[in-house]
Ligand binder design. Structure first.
Ligand code: ZN
Length: 215
């Protein structure tokens, strides 16, 4: 596993562990955890703490209700493996969390201009997650943000004013950053990007395209 140098902030990992993150961001966090030992250790610590809190909550509830069986049933359910529709497996460069969203067919890329391609994975009221493929050396048009954007690199690398990002690295940006991510020369830079609000492109034409492509 190559070393990861840009990690997920701890408060986002905590939100993920408690199940509070919108699905699109959860896919990014789950993908990063599968590529990063240190963030996975943080998530496991959160899970352990959450389990202890739930058990003590259960004990309190058991003191208040005569139905001890209910508490035991609840705890047994918590211990049971979580139901997942299928056992997701990694697929090429796509770790299991991305492969689960893609399905068996893999990405159906759609061109969004300038050689950039995308595949939407999650699109809902809470936000979206998509795969983006940017040819080596190409830039994504200047844009700002209305909310939180998390971008994880799966192949190749990109850079902007904040640094350079390679496989496993996550860039987390909020309202205050206006940036031009540019793919480094070499293979297409393939990223998993999640947002909780539509991006705000600076130029007119990308803004029109935005409506069409639901970026
Ligand atoms: Zn990490």
């Amino acid at each position: 596993m190559s070393p990861v140098s840009h990690h997920i902030p701890e408060d986002i990992i905590e939100a993920y562990a408690s199940g509070a993150l919108p699905h699109g961001f959860s896919v990014v966090v789950a993908t990063h955890l599968s590529l990063c030992d240190s963030c996975r250790a943080v998530a496991e610590a959160c899970d352990a703490l959450g389990g202890v809190a739930l058990e003590s909550l259960g004990a309190e509830a058991a003191g208040m209700t005569p139905d001890r069986a209910l508490r035991e049933k609840t705890l047994a359910l918590l211990d049971a493996p979580r139901a997942v529709p299928e056992d997701p497996k990694p697929m090429g460069i796509f770790p299991a969390a991305v492969a689960a969203e893609l399905g068996a067919k893999g990405p159906a890329w759609r061109s969004i201009g300038a050689g950039i391609r995308q595949q939407i994975l999650v699109d809902g009221r809470e936000g979206s997650a998509r795969l983006l493929s940017i040819p080596g050396g190409k830039a994504v048009p200047d844009h700002g943000h209305n909310g939180l954007e998390m971008t994880l690199v799966l192949q190749g690398s990109f850079h902007d004013v904040t640094g350079r990002y390679a496989r496993g690295d996550v860039q987390v940006v909020t309202d205050d950053l206006e940036h031009t991510p540019t793919a480094d020369p070499g293979p297409d830079c393939i990223c998993l990007a999640a947002t909780d609000a539509p991006l705000r492109f600076s130029a007119m034409i990308p803004r029109l395209l935005q409506r069409y492509f639901r970026i």
